[in-house]
Design a binder for this molecule. Structure first.
Ligand code: NAD
Ligand code: WQD
Length: 367
């Protein structure tokens, strides 16, 4: 039995593919739209190997409203969208900000316009903890609750906070317009703004993970590259932070827990019709860079080389979530630990040193 149909933009990417898998496992029909800018169609085979079902796939750009119109017209059963499709490199966003605004903001507007034409009224949006900027500038805001004032410090973060605002305005307008016209059903317009902390890890099977082909800039994929011999050592950005060991603190959340967060947020929108809600998706546990190196060393079974270097511009001391709202309202909590994330990432890296550019490991194809 199909419980609902969802369009997943950016669904062949890292978090999108895990969410597509979670949706299929929960008996949703999944239609993916992705322009493959940062992903590979091979992930569709991996999803099928794991759960026995394959999402529908359209290669198209989220900025192409006509292409989105065609997809919605072909799938009139779709009532919800999970919107991952975006550019996500913080550093690059400072070099080509207009491109980030075009894709992240422009793409979201095209999507909302097309959704509205086709009466698709629920949207779950990939926001980011980066919208908070440096929360240590406020007293008592670590761990960070959703009511912490936002203040992104880079163009990427500003695209996310801008889209949060656009979605909020649009959903409120749709609801108000329905009321003004005396129409029933305005409450079907709903949005979840999911602020993820630091997604990490891979599928425990070892056949799905973050595609390591580009140059990674996140801590754990870089550590994995050191461990597999693609990189000589890890540069630790800053050893002089005011933390217990001098390195910066982040809230690492396993991608499987994150995918479940999307599923429960979607279910919440479809059953509780709350309007617009922002939820932090994090574990509530902060870990330093040194603690992450130690955890990764433990799964690899040796000491990985690192060197403490100057702070990375734009980095902040502490981004740890207060996830109480999601715990209570969505009945969602992280179940997996950062040790699980390290173990799963290492299995994925060892099994697929070339990511999705290679066949899946033999035992899976033969199983
Ligand atoms: P990703 O790059 O793996 O996935 C993004 C997907 O969007 C890719 O498959 C890419 O090909 C696709 N895409 C890019 N531009 C597109 C376009 N114009 N049209 C259609 N598809 C397009 O990244 P991810 O880590 O899976 O991130 C998913 C979402 O979550 C993004 O919106 C990102 O900003 C957000 N996010 C990521 C993190 C993180 O650390 N990974 C943290 C917070 C928020
Ligand atoms: C984690 C910690 C680094 C690399 C980014 C985005 C954020 C969100 C998640 C999208 C920091 C340290 C890292 C290295 C290091 N993405 N580090 N050496 O910066 O917390 O968050 O990804 O929304 O917006 O900014 O993640 O993995 O880059 O860094 O010491 O080679 O590891 O300084 O303390 P970050 P990260």
């Amino acid at each position: 039995m199909v419980v609902g149909s969802v369009l997943v933009t950016g669904g062949t990417g890292y978090i999108g593919s895990f969410t597509a898998l979670a949706l299929l496992e929960a008996d949703y029909k999944v239609v993916i739209v992705d322009n493959l800018y940062n992903s590979s169609k091979e992930v569709l085979n991996r999803i099928e190997l794991i759960c026995g079902k394959k999402p529908d796939f359209y290669e198209a750009d989220v900025c192409d409203e006509a292409a989105l119109d065609k997809i919605f017209a072909e799938h009139p059963d779709i009532d919800s969208v999970i919107h991952f499709g975006a550019l996500k490199a913080v550093g690059e966003s400072g070099e080509i900000p207009l491109e980030y605004y075009r894709v992240n903001v422009g793409g979201s507007i095209s999507l909302l316009q097309s959704m509205t034409k086709h009466n698709v009224s629920n949207i779950v949006f990939s926001s980011s903890a980066t919208v908070y900027g440096d929360a240590t500038r406020f007293p008592n805001m670590i761990p960070i609750p959703e009511h912490c004032p936002i203040g992104p410090t880079n163009p990427y973060g500003r695209t996310k906070s801008t889209v949060e605002g656009i979605i909020t305005d649009h959903i409120e307008a749709q609801r108000n317009n329905a009321t003004k016209k005396g129409e029933a059903g305005g409450e079907k317009w709903n949005a979840a703004l999911l602020r993820y902390f630091n997604p990490s890890g891979a599928h425990p099977s070892g056949i799905m993970g973050e595609n390591p082909l580009g140059v990674p800039y996140n801590l754990l994929p870089l550590l994995a590259q050191v461990a597999i011999g693609k990189r000589e050592k890890l540069l630790v950005f800053g050893g002089d932070y005011e933390s217990k060991d001098g390195t910066a603190i982040r809230d690492y959340i396993h991608v499987l827990d994150l995918a479940q967060g999307h599923l429960v947020a979607l279910n919440y929108l479809r059953t509780n019709t709350p309007g617009v809600k922002a939820w932090n998706l994090g574990s509530g546990r902060g870990s330093t860079v040194f603690e992450m190196i130690k955890a990764f060393n433990a799964v690899v079974g040796r000491e990985l080389p690192y060197q403490v270097s100057p702070r990375r511009p734009g980095d902040v001391l502490d981004l740890t979530a207060n996830p109480t709202l999601a715990n209570q309202e969505l009945n969602w909590k992280t179940k997996l630990t950062l040790e699980d994330a390290c173990a799963d990432l290492w299995k994925w890296t060892e099994n697929n040193p070339e990511g999705y550019n290679q066949e899946p490991p033999k035992e899976f194809v033969e199983a």
